[in-house]
Design a protein around this ligand. Sequence first.
Ligand SMILES: NC(=O)C1=CN([C@@H]2O[C@H](COP(=O)(O)OP(=O)(O)OC[C@H]3O[C@@H](n4cnc5c(N)ncnc54)[C@H](OP(=O)(O)O)[C@@H]3O)[C@@H](O)[C@H]2O)[C@H](O)CC1
Ligand SMILES: [K+]
Length: 511
Amino acid sequence: MKILSAEQLSEADKETIKKQNISSEELMERAATLVFNEINNRLRGAPIPIKIFCGIGNNGGDGLVVARHLIQHGYNVTVYVVNYSDKRSEDFLANYEKLKEITNNWPQVIKKEDDFPEINIGDFVIDAIFGIGLNRPIEGWVAKLVEEINHSKAFTLAVDMPSGLFADKASEKNSAIIEANYTLSFQSPKLVFFLPETMDYVGDLQVLDIGLDREFIGRIKSKTFLIGKQQALSLYLPRKKNSHKGDYGSVLIAGGSYGKIGSVLLTATAALRSGTGLCSLYIPKCGYNIIQTGLPEAMVVTDPDHEILTTYPKDFKADVVCFGMGAGTSFNTVKALKELLELMDKPVVIDADGLNILSENNDLLKLLPENSVLTPHPGELKRLVGAWKDDFHKLDLVKEFSSKYKVIVVIKGAHSLTIDRDNVYVNNTGNPGMATAGSGDVLSGVITSLIGQGYEPVNATVLGIYLHGLSGDISAEELGYEGVLAGDIAKNIGKALSKIFEKDATESDIN
Ligand SMILES: NC(=O)C1=CN([C@@H]2O[C@H](COP(=O)(O)OP(=O)(O)OC[C@H]3O[C@@H](n4cnc5c(N)ncnc54)[C@H](OP(=O)(O)O)[C@@H]3O)[C@@H](O)[C@H]2O)[C@H](O)CC1
Ligand SMILES: [K+]
């Protein structure tokens, strides 16, 4: 699914009005009625106090439409107009009149702090103050109102966006932003919903298809995509009935050191669980018995050294090599990575200490084969691209790095991002249980395996991250967040792959 910017959404809005020959008020009615339906489905007539805070633009207009429907269905509603300026939009005004026609309980206008109502923890708050039209931080008494809503701890549902968030840029530190429990967003999720500094404001997210013109949206040249089940499915390369292990790639996992052989064991397990035909490990001698016992399906080649990697086996033929987990950054291990990069003309996957070596030896970056995949965690990423001011600056730095070195970079996080030059792929699977030792080693194994099976490196990365997250979700369902081990994520990759083929009746819009 494309992630559209505020500007693209406004254009789609205008184009839809033209093509479908409807008024913008009708489009507002359509969008806000969907919001009402969702609320009605959940509240089912419950008499809890609903407090709707409406701005004076079109987000506020949506709030007024929702209010009208709720009142007509007998809900206990109070509407507040957050009168932050006198520039009331036309559709706001039209719906203001419509609301006054159906109730004697007219909206209360808030113009200063003294006008604030009491907000109780048991209230149901609807935030329709600002949407995609926010163009500067919220200030003054409106900022105080936002704080008041947040402090109340009342359940808060945001219409389109939590007020105070910009759709496509970072917020200043300590900005007033609604901390929503639930966000019902129109047509396309906004990029900020998935970035670490802003995702917590969104709560649970649901995207409502408000019927903006499909053909126009299809033509929009978006470079930002949300990866859900449909996209994962479209990337999958089916297996032929008449095939053998030679058809599914020969991968080499190079890494490990004394005390850290578990890391390569996890990577290799994940590679095999993701469908690799032949999996070999290149490790220091100390790991030989461990791997041969722990993973009899894998083959092992050992370095001359007992404890670390010191060289690279020049005659070894593999379709793809993954380097770095548990390897350490000793002088001779740097040499081993250099030998590998000088030899390879096919994409490699570099993780963990491999990335630390690259950040300390910038000359090696130039040796990376085109479309190699780097999978840093935030600390490793900072060492590679430098420090960033905010999430959007980080995206710019990584895009620049990806273009300069012609590589694919993963920004790991609750929603991991794959950056391929200017393109951003946002992952939408995974859970906090995956924040556990070895989880990254497993991800590298999955991506390496898929490249070995013939996936384009960017597709292998996007699909690999999706499957890794889904496998984490399956593991958490079995074991609870705290109970998940990286080994479980590796073990369940096959189940995750099967799951993308399941038809799921309760599937939400964005999965
Ligand atoms: N295409 C769609 O998805 C549809 C969206 N709808 C809804 O419309 C809003 C967007 O409405 P819009 O009127 O463009 O913008 P807002 O309601 O978010 O903001 C209104 C105006 O507020 C001013 N502004 C911006 N920032 C601040 C601030 N910090 N303090 C005070 N005022 C501010 C700004 O005007 P200025 O002239 O003062 O700059 C905004 O224009 C969208 O989110 C949906 O909810 C439709 O209902 C359906 C189609
Ligand atoms: K809002």
